[in-house]
Write a protein that binds this ligand. Structure first.
Ligand SMILES: [Zn+2]
Length: 298
């Protein structure tokens, strides 16, 4: 949570040294410094936050991130607000396994420490895959830059950033073309104007979205979900699960939409084919190879 950031990132002592009460709201502190033109301090905070997230690393065994990435196909879009590099790491290590399976496209809606871009050459994604921060641009040879992570509250104009604007365009495209939408660990857009607009457009015309299915993976109750998403859910086509492994994605990896159609639209009952949660990488990859022939991806 944003309010835990000061503690987690280790900013507390630094703020105290600057005579700032670290128990104030972090976003307020950052905004104040920004507005007062305290450039050095603003930069120092940005560096520390980035550094903290850059150091995060997945363990060597398969995690929920790996399961999620492997369960989606190249026709799927995985959009995240996360700054940490864990999804990118999961994507890279599973792609390197050479499974011959397409993996999802990504949208990093608030920027990400692992992902970079070249503004001059308009390189945001290449071969539908994100670029790694610090690697060199294929056109000009300059290192890819990262989108700024922190913005002052009163002017959250992060969509002015060309990388982030591009990611939101992807999200809107994904929403308007989706059959199933899964919202994972996100309580709903309340103050984030970009998010409200994108999601409003996605669910805008309820009459044309009669068959689609939306799923929420959250610890909130169904009532809370209803309340938080009131402006966006126009049908009864949704489910709420507290655990990812109870979701349609986890029970029908790589065939989620197909399984749903079979069961509910064509009324053919099908058995679950859940992700084997306990397997190590070699076994897990072998398990996922069962999908290769039907998908026909090189
Ligand atoms: Zn370039």
């Amino acid at each position: 949570m944003m309010r835990d950031l000061t503690e987690v990132v280790g900013l507390k002592r630094l703020l105290e040294r600057w005579g700032i009460d670290p128990d104030q709201d972090f976003e307020e502190i950052f905004s104040d410094l920004y507005e007062r033109g305290e450039e050095e301090k603003v930069e120092r905070i940005q560096e520390m936050v980035e550094g903290y997230f850059e150091d995060l690393e997945l363990p060597d065994r398969p995690t929920i991130y790996d399961h999620l990435v492997l369960s989606l196909r190249d026709k799927d879009l995985l959009a995240t607000f996360n700054w940490d590099p864990l999804l990118a790491q999961a994507y890279l290590r599973n792609r390197q396994a050479g499974l011959g399976l397409g993996l999802p496209k990504f949208a990093f809606l608030h920027g990400n420490v692992a992902v970079g871009y070249c503004e001059k050459d308009r390189v945001f994604v290449l071969d539908r895959v994100f670029q790694l921060a610090g690697r060199r641009c294929v056109h000009c040879g300059n290192p890819y830059t990262k989108a700024q992570l922190l913005y002052p509250i009163k002017q959250k104009n992060y969509s002015d950033n060309p990388f982030i604007a591009n990611e939101w365009t992807s999200l809107k495209w994904g929403f308007s073309n989706a059959f199933m939408i899964t919202i994972f660990g996100y309580s709903g857009p309340k103050t984030d104007q970009e998010a409200i607009e994108a999601m409003g457009a996605a669910w805008g015309d309820k009459s044309e979205r009669a068959l689609e299915q939306t799923e929420f993976i959250t610890t909130q109750s169904e009532d809370e979900v209803n309340q938080n998403w009131d402006a966006f859910i126009h049908t009864h086509h949704y489910e709420v699960h507290a655990d990812f492994y109870d979701s349609w994605i986890a029970n029908h990896p790589r065939r989620t939409g197909e399984a749903y159609r079979n069961q509910y639209l064509e009324a053919k009952f099908i058995h679950n084919n859940p992700i084997p949660r306990e397997m190590g990488f070699e076994q897990l990859w072998e398990w996922f190879r069962q999908f290769k022939e039907a998908e026909g991806v090189a």
